[in-house]
Design a protein around this ligand. Structure first.
Ligand code: SIN
Length: 281
């Protein structure tokens, strides 16, 4: 029997819903978890307020939705490979999530989702925006859909990690940048089918997608430039304002997101746990 305490309130027409009546540290019974999963599938991102969770509780909540995903560009440099502390200090010139992206798509099996917890939140600024990639796909013309059908894009972490970038000095959350680092590169369909809802969504992003299989660099760039911009059209987006103790849990298969850079004089500290996913098809 499902837990009737859960209340799901949509925050926009494009997606996102706040969930009330759940303490994610203790309400981990099958019924509650099933309802949260249903809400995630329907709204693409779910939010919780006023939660108090330590690292172990954060991981336990994540594990109810799948195995924890260990990020290859943080694992060897972080104290806990299963956790990324997403930190931004005043004056940082670069930070995690600064471009519209889907997380970690350079790997063969990108995470199905991530759970981000607000620890030290700016008085204002630093919202996270999301873009619904089902809507982005649905809005394409039949001709464009036909062109994309069967096309695969190249995803790489060449723009986010590695010693060539020289970005770590300006960012409080460091990525791997040692000489032993090697690029991770994989191909994924440009349009994927969501494994739980069966719906099609656009699956390219500005942080990791670097080209299109079978096209010249110029052709791939022209098509990608259009798709990336199209995927962030305002009517596909919704925005979350953080408070201390807030949680955003996003479906990494059907959304892109961006952390806004307007934190000004404020520190911003979040804790992120990612959940393993499968091969996009
Ligand atoms: C991320 O991209 O995983 C971080 C998003 C955020 O800090 O709002």
């Amino acid at each position: 029997m499902r837990n009737s305490r859960i209340e799901v309130r949509p925050i926009s027409g494009a997606g996102g819903a706040e969930i009330f009546g759940v303490d994610v540290a203790i309400d981990l019974d099958d019924g509650t978890v099933g309802e949260i999963r249903d809400a995630l599938n329907e709204h693409c991102v779910v939010f919780f307020r006023d939660q108090e969770i330590d690292v172990a509780q954060h991981k336990a909540f994540a594990r109810r939705f799948g195995p924890i995903f260990v990020h290859p560009n943080f694992a060897t440099i972080n104290e806990d490979p299963e956790v990324v502390m997403v930190r931004r200090e005043p004056g940082d010139t670069s930070y995690v999530g600064e471009l519209w992206h889907t997380d970690t798509t350079m790997v063969a099996e990108p995470p199905m989702g991530a759970i981000l917890y607000g620890i030290d939140v700016p008085a204002y600024g630093g919202d996270t925006m999301f873009a619904n990639q089902y809507l982005a796909y649905d809005a394409l013309s039949p001709t464009m859909k036909k062109l994309l059908d069967g096309l695969r894009a190249v995803h790489s972490d060449i723009g986010t990690a590695g010693p060539h970038l020289g970005k770590n000095q300006g960012r409080s959350t460091k990525y791997r940048d040692d000489e032993g680092w090697r690029e991770t590169r994989n191909l994924h369909p440009i349009v994927r089918s969501h494994p739980e809802t069966g719906r099609k969504c656009l699956f390219v992003n500005a942080s990791y997608t670097v080209g299109i299989e079978g096209m010249t660099a110029a052709e791939g760039k022209a098509l990608l430039d259009f798709l990336l911009e199209h995927g962030n059209r305002p009517e596909f987006t919704f925005r979350f304002r953080w408070q201390k103790g807030s949680i955003a849990f996003w479906d990494n298969r059907s959304t892109k997101h961006i952390a806004l850079g307007d934190t000004g004089p404020f520190r911003r500290l979040m804790r992120r746990v990612q959940i393993g996913g499968g091969v996009p098809v």
